[in-house]
Design a protein around this ligand. Structure first.
Ligand code: ADP
Length: 172
């Protein structure tokens, strides 16, 4: 069985501008996810559009708002690795509309916005984080933000204590 998968996460401009990047990254780390790539980037319009067009269901109006939002200020892009990383990160992030996100999730704890307010103001809903929703999307999204060389394969001690059957090496 495949133990790990990788997901693409963006800390959107509201997260970076509100100095929440460290807090959010810390939640992913504490949950056991491993950072295998990370950078601060001011997205181009092409990059933002390519990223969001991977999901063909987004209406053009929301896509336009998302491109305007993402190109307004830097984002932190990262690739996180772990057991079932894609659903785990989505669970930690919470549901798309902050109004509905459960307490304890990143969106539920750190932001307050709703579709009706965002739609009335003509902007994307501000929900701090993007996280891939499938393996296929994660692979495509990762290529928008990272070259192969920027993704680092390495072992973590934490993974050994959680997953290794034989722990004899600890007392060697
Ligand atoms: P998620 O980011 O949770 O995967 P979607 O892929 O459905 O959600 O939407 C992408 C982004 O578009 C959301 O994170 C949000 O910022 C924005 N968005 C989605 N639906 C709306 C809406 N009805 N009004 C405003 N913004 C929206």
């Amino acid at each position: 069985m495949k133990k790990t998968e990788r997901t693409l996460v963006l800390l959107k401009p509201d997260a970076v501008q509100r100095n929440l990047a460290g807090e959010i990254i810390s939640r992913f780390e504490k949950a056991g996810l491993k950072i295998v790539a990370m950078k601060l980037v001011l997205p181009t319009a092409d990059q933002a559009r390519t990223h969001y067009q991977i999901n063909p269901n987004l209406p053009e109006k929301i896509l336009t708002h998302l491109v305007a939002f993402l190109t307004a200020s830097p984002v932190v892009a990262m690739v996180l690795e772990g057991n079932k990383a894609i659903p785990v990160v989505r669970k930690l992030v919470g549901s798309t509309e902050p109004l509905q996100s459960a307490p304890g999730t990143i969106r539920g704890d750190y932001t307050l916005d709703s579709y009706d307010l965002a739609d009335a103001d003509g902007r994307a809903v501000r929900n701090l984080v993007h996280a891939s929703s499938s393996l296929e999307d994660a692979e495509k999204e990762t290529t928008v933000w990272f070259t192969k060389d920027e993704i680092v394969d390495y072992k973590s001690i934490r993974e050994q204590i959680i997953y290794d059957v034989n722990l004899d090496h600890i007392l060697e």
